[in-house]
Design a protein. Structure first.
Ligand SMILES: [Ca+2]
Ligand SMILES: [Ca+2]
Length: 196
């Protein structure tokens, strides 16, 4: 195997190894919370510490924050400096599947460094873990309760309950691409040497 093939093989290996080792990060920073309406009794609205927005970013999927009907939440990731790569975004709901009458839903947005928001998708409390995909880099994630929009007949009194948000960045094969760029240079050098 010549040097070019060896380098190419290691570039491919490096790229696939990076993919296999994709880390998972949990949202641990509360950027802002704008509480929506709670249409239950005072005790229902305060039950299970559900008015505490920090429950959404404590890394514990058994504690939760209720967005309130129409409420929103913005979270960040202290472990990641700068832009977050394209990622799979998973949202955990601990009070999922309480019958169709208690249906809840939220829209998930990515916010980039210029502050512009793009809708990643809509999740519901039919399942405990919902995933959407962010196809470009972002800095924050925003959840907006849309329970009454998605389910007009719902009896949900305080909207979607956020237990935990985690991401698994999909790594760009940057190292591999750099190596391939270097290989191009190497090949050009060889051609020049032969021509000389
Ligand atoms: Ca929690
Ligand atoms: Ca709820």
């Amino acid at each position: 195997m010549n040097i070019l093939k060896t380098l190419l093989a290691s570039a491919v290996l490096a790229a696939s190894a990076a993919g296999a080792n994709a880390a998972t990060y949990t949202a641990d920073t509360l950027v802002s919370a704008s509480a929506g309406a709670c249409e239950g009794s005072a005790s229902d609205c305060a039950a299970n510490d559900r008015l505490n927005a920090n429950n959404a970013v404590d890394g514990d999927s058994s504690t939760f924050y209720s967005l309130g009907l129409g409420g929103s939440l913005v979270v960040g990731f202290s472990e990641i400096v700068g832009n977050i790569l394209p990622s799979t975004v998973s949202v955990f709901e601990v009070t999922f599947n309480r019958g169709t009458s208690h249906a809840e839903a939220a829209d998930v947005y990515a916010i980039d460094e210029s502050g512009s928001e793009s809708l990643l998708g809509r999740i519901t409390n039919r399942i405990g873990e919902s995933s959407v995909f962010a196809s470009s880099a972002f800095q924050y994630l925003k959840l907006v309760d849309v329970s009454e929009v998605e389910f007009p007949e719902t009896t949900s009194f305080d909207g979607y309950d956020v237990a935990k948000i985690a991401i698994a960045p999909v790594p760009l094969p940057a190292g591999g691409l750099l190596l391939l760029g270097g290989l191009g240079g190497l090949a050009a050098l060889r051609r020049r040497k032969k021509a000389a």
